[in-house]
Design a protein around this ligand. Structure first.
Ligand SMILES: Nc1nc2c(c(=O)[nH]1)N[C@H]1C(S)=C(S)[C@@H](COP(=O)(O)O)O[C@H]1N2
Ligand SMILES: [Mo]
Length: 326
C-alpha cells in the first residue's frame, strides 16, 4: 500500500481512543436522550456536537447464527477500531478517511451482476442476494499486507452458494470482483492512486472454498459503509486487499484477471497474496503482525501464521512454489 502514514503510526488509534462498543453505544444513547430532552438541562444539548450525531446513525441489525466451525477463541477487535481504522481508497488513503467520507455511498438500491463464463448470468438486487442462502456469523482473522491484523465477526454465506446458482461453464477458471466506480459517491476516485475500478480476483477453487465468504454484515449489524457496504468479500487466508468491498460485478473468466494492487506494483503484490510469514514484502517483513487494540503503536508482537491460521486451504497450493506465486 502507500504506507504514507505507516509505519510512523501517525494515524494509529491510541489505546485511550479505543472505546468498546458498549461504551460507544451508551454514549450514543446519552446523546440521543439529550436530543429528545429527556435529560434535564437543555444547555447540555449545545455541548453534544453535530458531528457526534452525524457519525452515529442507527445501525440496522442483521440476524445470523454463529457457525461453530468458525468461532475463534481470540478476542474480537473493538467495533470502534474495526470501523474507524480502514483501507478503502475510494474514500481516501488515510485509515481515518473512510469512516468520515463513506457517508456519501448509497447502498440501496444495489444490484450485483454475475456474468462471464456461466450458463445462467443474472443481476440480483440486495434482498435477493440476502435470501440466497442462510446467513452465518463467522469470526475470522483479517491480516492486512501492511502488517496489522484484526478479529472480526462477519455475517454472510460461502460465495460457492452464489457461484453454483449461476452454473459456471467448463471455461471458468477465475472469479473477478469489481467494486463500484462512481466519482459522485466516492471522492477518492478522483485521485489516481490506483487504476479504478478496484478489481480483485481468485482462482475458481479458491472462490469455491467454503471459507470464502460473501459478506453483508459485521458485529450483528449490516456492514457500515466504510467496511464495504452493502456486500464485500472476506477471504481470511489472504492479505486483506484480496477482499474487495462494495462489489457491483462478479465475473467468471478463462484468464487470470488483472487486479488493482498487482497492476499498481506487481513486484510487491502478487495475484495469490496468501498470508505467508516466510515470504516478505520487498519493503518489510511479514513474519510478525500488530493486532489492533492489543499491541503498542509500533510493536508487532504476534507471529503471523501460515495462511493466517487456516491450514485447511493448504492443499489448494500443493506443489506450487509460494515464493514465486506470492
Ligand atoms: N474496493 C476496495 N476494497 C478494499 C480496499 C480498497 O481500498 N477498496 N482495501 C482492502 C484492504 S487493503 C483491506 S486490509 C481491507 C480492509 O477491510 P476493513 O476496512 O473492513 O477492515 O479491505 C480491502 N478491500
Ligand atoms: Mo490491507
Amino acid at each position: 500500500m502507500l504506507i504514507k502514514s505507516h509505519p510512523s503510526g501517525k494515524h494509529l488509534p491510541l489505546s485511550s481512543e479505543i472505546t468498546p462498543k458498549e461504551v460507544f453505544e451508551s454514549r450514543r444513547d446519552f446523546i440521543r436522550q439529550l436530543a429528545v430532552g429527556t435529560i434535564a438541562g437543555g444547555s447540555l444539548l449545545e455541548m453534544a456536537s453535530r458531528e457526534a450525531f452525524a457519525q452515529t446513525p442507527a445501525a440496522q441489525k442483521l440476524a445470523a447464527s454463529l457457525n461453530p466451525a468458525y468461532a475463534l477463541v481470540e478476542k474480537k477487535t473493538a467495533y470502534k477500531d474495526a470501523t474507524t481504522y480502514n483501507n478503502f481508497y475510494e474514500f481516501g488513503t488515510d485509515k481515518a478517511d473512510p469512516a468520515v467520507m463513506a457517508g456519501s455511498l448509497k447502498t440501496r438500491p444495489w444490484t450485483v451482476v454475475i456474468e462471464g463464463e456461466v450458463k445462467k448470468p443474472v443481476t440480483l438486487d440486495l434482498d435477493s442476494l440476502l435470501r440466497l442462502a442462510p446467513l452465518e456469523e463467522r469470526i475470522y482473522r483479517l491480516r492486512c499486507v501492511e502488517g496489522w491484523s484484526m478479529v472480526i465477526p462477519w455475517i454472510g454465506y460461502s460465495l460457492s452458494h452464489l457461484l453454483k446458482k449461476v452454473e459456471p461453464t467448463g471455461n471458468a477458471k477465475y472469479v473477478e470482483f469489481i467494486t463500484l466506480d462512481d466519482k459522485k459517491q466516492m471522492p477518492g476516485l478522483r485521485s489516481p492512486v490506483l487504476d479504478w475500478p478496484y478489481v480483485e480476483g481468485l482462482r475458481m477453487d479458491e472462490a469455491m472454498h467454503p471459507l470464502a465468504l460473501l459478506t453483508f454484515g459485521m458485529y450483528g449489524e449490516i456492514l457500515p459503509n466504510q467496511n464495504g457496504a452493502p456486500v464485500r468479500m472476506s477471504v481470511p487466508w489472504k492479505y486483506g486487499f484480496k477482499s474487495a468491498k462494495s462489489i457491483v460485478k462478479i465475473r467468471l473468466t478463462k484468464e487470470q484477471p488483472r487486479t488493482a494492487w498487482n497492476q499498481s506494483a506487481p513486484n510487491e503484490y502478487g495475484f495469490y497474496s496468501n498470508v505467508n510469514p516466510q515470504v516478505d514484502h520487498p519493503r518489510w517483513s511479514q513474519a510478525t503482525e500488530r493486532r489492533i487494540g492489543e499491541d503498542g503503536l509500533f510493536t508487532r508482537k504476534r507471529k503471523t501464521l501460515m495462511f493466517n491460521g487456516y491450514p485447511e486451504v493448504a492443499s489448494m497450493y500443493a506443489g506450487m512454489d509460494l515464493k514465486k506465486f506470492f
